[in-house]
Design a protein around this ligand. Sequence first.
Ligand code: HEM
Length: 325
Amino acid sequence: MATHKLLCNLSFIFLLFFQFHFGTSEIRLNYYSETCPNAEEIIKEQVISLYNKHGNTAVSWIRTLFHDCMVKSCDASLLLESINGIQSEKISSRNMGMRNFKYINTIKDAVESACPLTVSCADIVALSARDGAVMLGGPCIEMKTGRKDSKESHLAEIDASLPNHNDSMMYVLARFQSIGIDVEGTVALLGAHSVGRVHCVNIVDRLYPTVDPTLDPNYAEYLKGRCPHPDPDPIAVEYARNDRDTPMILDNSYYKNLMNHKGLLTVDQELVSNPITSPFVEKMAADNDYFHEQFSKALLILSENNPLSEEEGEVRTDCRFVNKD
Ligand code: HEM
């Protein structure tokens, strides 16, 4: 772990140098170097301390980044509560099972007490996903900062933006392509399903009334044990783990499971049955470093999707609410 961190720091210094000499964009490396030099350190400390108390927070941060950035922009719109004409994105069925939002406020509070009204919630979403991935044994990724927070929710756009668990692979690939992520990147990003859980409501259509023939029969029996009812209560805490062997490690066992017909969601299993994606599944199953490399690249593209300009966005004081004028 110490070597891993040293490598993270060295590549960061290199990228800083590179950026200094070759220009900047609206979001850039070390955006807070003057306004809040310790911002990234504070966020990292909070992510580590939360992980030590509630390990699954690290898992949540990765999913939160996806669900925020895939819908229009990385702008923390997902965090807004329903109030004053805003309808929270959290009520969408696509955001079912998302957890630990309250701990984003813990991170934000720590950052606000060091640097009031400076660091955006959108950057907290991005950096916590980056640091969460490291806690789960994933790659270390240098991320730009300077995202701004939206002043509105994008609830109405969620269904057209976030794929569903049983959408066709062609549709899924087109969605990711629309934000600049290619087939290889899409296969790598779905490797996030190496960690965390899936509620039974998202699994039962593969088990009842008949078992999906692409599922390994023993695995299907295990899943039936976890999800004994064809019609589970959507709010019941009935779930199966994404990867039974290493559910808290961001590794390539997800791809090995897929090749053994132990993909949990329809969309997971489709990765291996689709001839466009399956060669990448095989490569990632064979090589964890290659998976991490592709995951890093694709997560960066995702994390830079359509950031808002200063005029379009703001830095919220409280991630749950738009600032009062
Ligand atoms: C086609 C694309 C995707 C679909 C349809 C999809 C769907 C889902 C579903 C249905 C769940 C289970 C929710 C529940 O029942 O609690 C889930 C969990 C999860 N997803 Fe995805 N997902 C996709 C892509 C991604 C990507 C790109 C990432 C991140 C890079 C991601 C990260 C996660 C994580 C970490 C979990 C576990 C969450 C937890 O345990 O709290 N997913 N996903």
